[in-house]
Write a protein of this length. Structure first.
Length: 423
């Protein structure tokens, strides 16, 4: 660090590093330390030099064809100089004293105004044009915390609704800059959904999910990128229809149709055994598919499975539980003691495969039934057996509408209860 006097005032004198030649015309810089004290000048010099380095780095970042990077560089440069970035219109409305502070802070190089500094301090940097599809790209980087701890399958299932919503909007309205999305655009998108609901027999929930996911993407990018846009996203929801309850398979149907000899032979062995495992446990298909060898415990007095957050998140804290294995469900896990590698990370593929097979082979009790209906069937069988609500909630991973006291039923007791229900 070289400190030199000019008259009675001490200056920082230093060669400009080659890295910054593209954004700094001077070969050497002279910066006043505004003191004649060598000790004070020396102590201030390091901070001043660091600030100059930060400014040059910000200018380098602005030397790019990427509009978003240029705008962010201008914002950072303004911050380094001690100002908040404002658009030119906002700068023009500042009190005269604040406006003069900004203009005085713009440096001159060889008698000319430093244009990068002027754009940063006086609001001349052009805001980037972010289209709807680009907003989705930015959304992933801005919400990285949302996927922490999720398995690849859970990440896919979390991201897919956002991708679907954005693709639908782009296909209907176009890939517009998000700052140009009008109220009419959003109403046109809503009307497109209303027509789909009528033609395809979908529920209003389908439209509302798309509107919510699209809105989440746009609002997140607008807020976290500090774009300051007024997005026309309110008052768009479609009136909710009454939620459709999945019907349960009747016990007779399970016994006489699904468990009939060779009825499931055409289904691949892993999908078949996950289905059979579900009959006497009521687990969610995704929970059964994700089980690993360490969670399938057959060499114990009470064979059981343990639903745990291993390699994936659980649906809720209550979802962590142990379930005894009996009947055809025990047989299924004896056949697959190490779990189901084919579906461990693709439970959505599992449901699609099973549902297609059951429909094509006349094994759906009604068109409204799905694989998930087996979960409802098991709860109905527990209700018919007059099993205590606490036990049912613990087994299904549901919350209890009162405080939980004690540890709940023992595994041995659950096993005895399940034996009486086993198919």
């Amino acid at each position: 660090m070289m400190i030199k006097p000019r008259g009675k005032t001490l200056y920082l004198y230093k060669r400009v590093p080659k890295r910054y030649e593209a954004v700094e015309d001077r070969k050497f810089v002279w910066v006043s330390m505004k003191t004649d004290s060598p000790a004070l000048a020396e102590s201030k010099g390091h901070a001043v030099w660091e600030q100059m380095i930060e400014g040059w780095e910000a200018k380098l970042a602005g030397d790019t064809s990427d509009a978003e990077t240029r705008f962010e560089a201008a914002r950072n440069l303004a911050k380094i100089r001690g100002f908040r970035y404002l658009d030119a219109a906002a700068v023009a409305k500042l009190p005269l004293e604040e406006l003069l502070q900004r203009t005085d802070a713009v440096p001159m190089n060889n008698g000319s105004i430093d244009l990068k500094e002027a754009k940063a301090l006086l609001g001349g940097a052009a805001r980037p044009v972010i289209t709807v599809s680009r907003a989705l790209d930015l959304f992933w980087t801005l919400t990285g915390d949302k996927t922490l701890g999720k398995s690849p399958d859970q990440v896919r299932r979390w991201t897919n609704p956002f991708v679907k919503a954005v693709n639908n909007f782009v296909n209907v309205i176009g890939d517009k800059p998000i700052g140009e999305i009008s109220g009419d655009d959003m109403l046109d998108f809503r009307q497109w959904w209303l027509e789909r609901l009528e033609v395809e027999g979908l529920t209003p929930n389908s439209a509302n999910k798309d509107l919510i996911h699209l809105g989440t993407v746009l609002k997140t990018v607008n807020n976290l990128k500090r774009l300051g846009l007024m997005l026309p996203l309110s008052g768009l929801s479609v009136k909710e229809a009454e939620a459709k309850q999945r019907p349960p398979f009747s016990t007779n149907w399970i016994r006489d149709k699904l468990l009939a000899p060779r009825a499931l032979d055409g289904l691949n062995s892993e999908a078949r055994c996950i289905l059979l495992g579900m009959i006497n446990t009521g687990y969610r298909p995704s929970e059964g598919a994700a089980l690993r060898a360490a969670q399938i415990r057959l060499d114990t007095n009470v064979p059981h499975i343990s639903i745990e957050p291993i390699g994936r998140q659980l649906k809720s804290a209550n979802a962590r539980r142990v379930i005894p294995l009996v009947g055809v469900s025990l047989e299924a896990f004896v056949a697959f003691p190490d779990g189901f590698s084919r579906y461990a990370t693709n439970s959505a593929g599992l449901s699609a495969t099973v549902n297609k097979f059951l429909r094509e082979n006349g094994l759906m009790e009604t068109p409204a039934h799905t694989l998930y209906s087996l979960r409802h069937s098991f709860e109905d069988r527990m209700l018919e057996a007059k099993i205590d609500e606490r036990i049912r909630c613990d087994v299904f991973g549901h919350s209890l509408q009162r405080e939980r006291y004690g540890k709940g039923a023992s595994l041995q007791h659950l096993h005895e209860v399940f034996q009486a229900l086993a198919l």
